[in-house]
Design a protein around this ligand. Structure first.
Ligand SMILES: Nc1nc2c(ncn2[C@@H]2O[C@H](COP(=O)(O)OP(=O)(O)OP(=O)(O)O)[C@@H](O)[C@H]2O)c(=O)[nH]1
Ligand SMILES: [Mg+2]
Ligand SMILES: [Zn+2]
Length: 221
């Protein structure tokens, strides 16, 4: 089921950067929040569907779908993965902050969720600087975007626990030097995990889930 909410407040005036408070509150409620960032079309929605289909046996999952104006992704995720999805309608705003995340989370009908994925706005710039209250940050970079893209968004890699290199099924058709990209990202952030995969063929998805569950367990301690 997809539920749409509208944020009527002027979010630009309400940005409080209270991510730490939300992180703490969610941890107390037993909820781990996972923020997923990428360029438009990088594969956020497709990745969420493939992860959730495999993870939902073990976790009670919900999805927040941030979208400028449409609910297509919220509907797609809930239809394909079978979990509850809440749309956060951002209108002109190109990122999500923790006030918006908190408001979205309050709308879930299922109050027993233990993992919530947030699909952030398709944007590699300001989502890196706006704390959503998430415990785990994922950045997706896709093969067709090209190898040189890694040099444009260093802050995104600095703020991520995982950089997922998506659309590996298409690597033969694009100039993407995986070794060079991985080394550059790891220089920006030595503790980041860089994992290649394909959300379409599902190659590499099990390994992502294994590493993600290690991080979820870490936050639950
Ligand atoms: N070949 C291939 N295509 C993929 C893969 N993952 C996603 N796609 C395609 O890439 C396009 C964009 O994927 P989405 O999952 O909608 O990307 P998104 O990041 O959610 O896009 P926005 O929400 O619009 O920013 C779709 O046509 C997907 O089918 C992949 O691993 N391989
Ligand atoms: Mg999407
Ligand atoms: Zn923004």
């Amino acid at each position: 089921m997809a539920i749409k909410i509208m944020l009527h407040t002027n979010v630009l005036d309400n940005i409080k950067k209270d991510g730490d408070k939300l992180r703490e509150d969610l941890k107390e409620q037993g909820i781990i929040l996972i923020n997923v960032m990428a360029s438009p079309g990088g594969g956020k929605t497709t990745t969420l569907v493939s992860l959730i289909q495999k993870m939902k046996e073990k976790h009670r999952i919900g999805v927040l779908e941030a979208d400028l104006d449409s609910d297509v992704d919220a509907k797609k995720v809930s239809n394909l993965s079978g979990v509850e999805a809440i749309q956060i309608h951002t209108d002109t705003l190109c990122h999500i902050d923790s006030d918006m995340t908190r408001e979205g989370i309050e709308r879930f009908q299922d109050k027993s969720l233990d993992v919530i994925f947030l699909e952030n706005i398709g944007n590699m710039v300001c989502p890196a600087d706006f704390d959503t209250g998430s415990h785990i940050n994922i950045c997706i970079l896709s093969i067709p975007e090209g190898n040189s893209k890694v040099y444009n968004y260093p802050r995104m890699y600095q703020h991520s626990d995982f950089v997922l290199i998506n659309k590996m099924d298409a690597i033969d058709f694009f100039d993407f030097n995986l070794k060079e990209a991985t080394e550059f990202i790891q220089r920006q952030n030595p503790s980041v995990q860089v994992l290649p995969y394909s959300a379409k063929t599902l190659e590499g998805v099990e390994e992502i889930i294994r590493r993600l569950e290690e991080k979820i367990d870490y936050w639950r301690r």
